[in-house]
Design a protein around this ligand. Structure first.
Ligand code: S3P
Length: 173
């Protein structure tokens, strides 16, 4: 069975939905952020602070390269992972890509007090919403290339999982 890749912006619910989906389908679950943290032996904010974003992206590429050789796994990808051309090619070729599309307002509300996303650190209130809008605008053309696009509209993880299950039935697995 092909892998199922959940992509989308920070705070869209990729890890939460991914765990539910894996459980329902009896598949394994992996989270690239968690794997990078394991590999580095430190948290993502620490990686960014000590080594910079480029080193984080290098670890992220390594982890994705290994995952793409597996089968039958649900994977939650870090929000920036699909922007790398090599990652994107490998993901598209080894599985079904599912974009969890959520509004910048909902994302900003969910991440209002989040201190674990280095790309949002230093941005507060309206500034944080603007930053999310800018990043999302840059990334959305790529996200929209996914095999399946789910309009999340603030729905619960269970509802989103239900729609993914329906849509997977239609997709070529
Ligand atoms: C990032 C998203 C984060 C994490 C890192 C960078 C991004 O993952 O990989 O902070 O570039 O959007 P989540 O999407 O799981 O928050």
């Amino acid at each position: 069975m092909r892998n199922i890749y959940l992509i989308g912006f920070m705070g869209a619910g990729k890890s939460t939905v991914g765990r539910l989906l894996a459980e329902r389908l009896g598949m394994g679950f992996l989270d690239t952020d968690a794997l990078v943290e394991q590999r580095a032996g430190m948290s993502i904010p620490e990686i960014f602070a000590r080594f910079g974003e480029e080193r984080f992206r290098q670890w992220e590429r390594e982890v994705i390269g290994e995952i793409c050789r597996k089968r039958g796994t649900v994977v939650a990808l870090g929000g920036g992972a699909p922007m790398d051309e090599g990652n994107w090619r490998a993901l598209r070729e080894s599985g079904i890509t599912v974009y969890l599309r959520e509004s910048p307002e909902t994302i900003a509300a969910r991440l209002a007090d989040d201190g674990t996303r280095p790309l949002l650190s230093g941005y507060t209130g309206e500034g944080r919403l603007r930053r999310i809008r800018e990043l999302l605008e840059l990334r959305e053309p790529r996200y929209l290339e996914a095999h399946i696009v789910i309009e999340c509209r603030g729905r619960s993880p269970e509802e989103i999982m239900g729609e993914i299950l329906e849509r997977l039935g239609d997709a070529d697995r």
